[in-house]
Design a binder for this molecule. Structure first.
Ligand code: PMP
Length: 415
């Protein structure tokens, strides 16, 4: 979303979202923390879960729990139908042409590890172009596979240097692996443009969509990428489940990376053959309830007026940016023109961890540290920052409370 620069009038349209009704769907938001009403501003770490997701999980365990695929009894058939049907639902959700291109994994981290371990072009000594704003999950797996990670530089406002990107991609790395939306800066990267550059020189592209799918619709075909991954827990769903989507020819040439039940065709002591994708990548009993919960989250999200959610989040971002910019000694980090609801900052004279503890005493949940982006923080010359990350269930009043506590902290430490 595009926000007005600080000091300019906001261009964001008034929202039509009934925020109270939305909040009522999230039981946890009515709770408290440190004896104060809970103000949850850490949705980039994990989103809260609507009742619809909680109900789906408890309904599954209460009425359909069984292991999948090999049971001949009705309960197992029910669980199998729900699990296999989920793949079709996820394929629709991300614009994939075929559900066999959807692999269920533990989350974004596992998805990237799977590709780094199994994609044949990733060999010791190869180059993977990443960016300076990557989460560690999109750096370390490539390094473990022996690749050299070469970063696209990030500008002072927190955007990719696209001239440098084109040059690095032109050197034909084994992979371009880039984040769709930065968890530390909120920047939405121009993925379709990067994919066009990569396609021109036959470089495959992996997109880390962990922070994207919960904020706007994603269409992998329109983006033109080769691999896309996300975690359900940042999409109002359960932890421990996520998706790797990959183009079918890539999955066909990738060997399994874990062995065990459910991923085989035949097994003997002499020779084992494997199931076709996606089964060959899903060894062992999967997180069946997680998959059911993820589908409930997708169904819930798609029942919402997504334009209204988006407009409300943009309004919150504009309001929060304006409030924070007026706090003495506060420096906003990440001011890209296109960003989601992430407010990352430093406050002069206050360590981010101390600041997060002060806010915690007021019932405000934020994150402090490097947000698993140490190279980015090194680039910005900051050991750590504080991050308030937004979801449509947040309110202007919560941001006012955040600004009040930050002003108080600024006064305290200015003395
Ligand atoms: N990439 C990004 C951009 C993220 O924000 C995160 C989670 N903070 C991850 C990857 C890793 O996701 P998970 O821990 O769910 O595997």
């Amino acid at each position: 979303m595009t926000i007005a620069a600080v000091g300019e009038p906001s261009t964001v349209q008034p929202t039509t979202l009934d925020v109270d009704a939305l909040r009522a769907e999230f039981p946890i938001l009515a709770g408290s923390s440190r004896g104060k009403p809970l103000i949850y501003l850490d949705s980039a770490a994990t989103t809260q879960k609507p009742q619809a997701v909680l109900d789906a999980l408890s309904h599954f365990y209460a009425s359909a729990n069984a292991n999948i695929h090999r049971g001949v009894y009705e309960l197992s058939e029910r669980a199998t139908v729900a699990y296999d049907g989920a793949r079709v639902r996820v394929a629709q959700f991300i614009g994939a042409s075929n559900d066999s291109e959807v692999v269920f994994v533990r989350g974004t981290t596992e998805a990237i590890n799977l590709v780094a371990r199994s994609f044949p072009a990733i060999t010791p000594g190869c180059t993977v172009v990443v960016s300076e704003m990557e989460h560690h999950a999109n750096i370390v797996p490539w390094q473990l596979a022996g690749a050299r990670t070469v970063p696209i530089p990030v500008t002072d406002s927190g955007e990719l240097d696209m001239v440098a990107a084109e040059k690095l991609i032109g050197e034909r790395p084994a992979m371009l692996a880039v984040v769709h939306v930065s968890n530390a800066l909120g920047t939405v990267n121009p993925i379709a443009e990067l994919c066009r550059m990569a396609r021109a020189v036959d470089v495959p592209v992996l997109v880390d969509g962990a922070q994207a799918v919960g904020h706007f619709s994603v269409d992998v075909a329109a983006l033109g990428c080769d691999f896309y991954c996300y975690s359900a827990h940042k999409l109002y769903g359960p932890t421990g489940i996520g998706v790797l989507w990959a183009k079918a020819p890539h999955l066909a040439q990738m060997p399994p990376w874990q062995g065990g039940g459910d991923m085989i065709d035949t097994v003997s002591f002499e020779r084992t053959t494997f199931a076709p994708a996606p089964g060959k990548f899903e060894a062992g009993t999967p997180h069946i309830a997680g998959v059911i919960g993820m589908v409930a989250a997708i169904d819930w999200l798609e029942r919402q007026d997504r334009d209204a959610l988006h407009a409300h989040e943009a309004d919150l971002l504009a309001h929060g940016t304006e409030l924070l910019a007026s706090i003495p000694g506060l420096r906003l980090v990440g001011t890209a023109a296109d960003k989601i609801g992430v407010l990352t900052f430093t406050l002069s004279g206050v360590h981010p961890h101390d600041l997060a503890s002060l806010l915690d005493a007021d019932g405000i949940c934020v994150r402090a540290g490097h947000h698993c982006t140490q190279p980015l923080h090194r680039r910005l010359g900051l050991p750590a920052t504080t991050r308030a990350s937004l979801a449509p269930y947040n309110t202007r009043a919560e941001l006012d409370a955040l600004a009040g506590s930050l002003n108080h902290a600024a006064e305290l430490f200015a003395r």
